[in-house]
Design a protein around this ligand. Structure first.
Ligand code: DAT
Ligand code: MG
Length: 149
């Protein structure tokens, strides 16, 4: 089953949106595989966002993601990567589709509430960075046959 890595970023946690975001992913039909409420270390932030190193917004991005606790999660399902990116919406909240999390709750790219992996490969990489193998739960949901064809 395809897996994707998701963060409710510090602004999402501070604004009490963890439950709202998890509920949207659950209702979509995605299945939770792991979740961890945690502070993000400088080292974790720098590894996770290493692709953005050197960009003008990099320092602000690292300060933002380490500024308060986050909810880190792994969600799985058919087409999980694309489905979760769509549920979160485009990077800039004013470009995000109406009904998406970033549209419905955000205004600024530097406070865009969530992270979601952008490819299957990065979903696997980010899952391995943030979670130990034993923290991933392998389980079946009784509803799965009504959601996955
Ligand atoms: P996404 O989070 O949609 O995958 P990304 O990988 O391009 O977007 O960038 C990672 C984060 O960096 C993004 O969620 C917010 C921040 N960011 C991206 N572009 C930015 C910009 N032009 N100004 C400020 N922050 C930006
Ligand atoms: Mg990205």
């Amino acid at each position: 089953m395809e897996r994707t890595f998701v963060i409710v970023k510090p602004d999402g946690v501070q604004r009490g949106l963890v439950g709202e975001i998890m509920a949207r992913l659950e209702r979509r039909g995605l299945r939770l595989a792991a979740a961890k409420f945690m502070a993000v270390s400088q080292e974790m932030a720098e590894t996770h966002y290493s692709i953005h190193k050197g960009k003008p917004f990099y320092d602000g991005l690292i300060a933002y993601i380490t500024s308060a606790p986050v909810m880190a999660m792994v969600w799985e399902g058919v087409n999980a990567v694309a489905a979760v990116r769509q549920t979160m919406g485009a990077t800039h909240p004013t470009e995000a589709a109406p009904g998406s999390v970033r549209h419905d709750f955000g205004l600024e790219v530097g406070r865009n509430i969530t992270h979601a992996s952008d490819s299957v490969e990065n979903g696997e990489k980010e899952t391995a960075l943030w979670f130990k193998p034993e923290e991933l739960v392998n389980w079946q949901r009784d509803l799965d046959r009504w959601i996955f064809e």
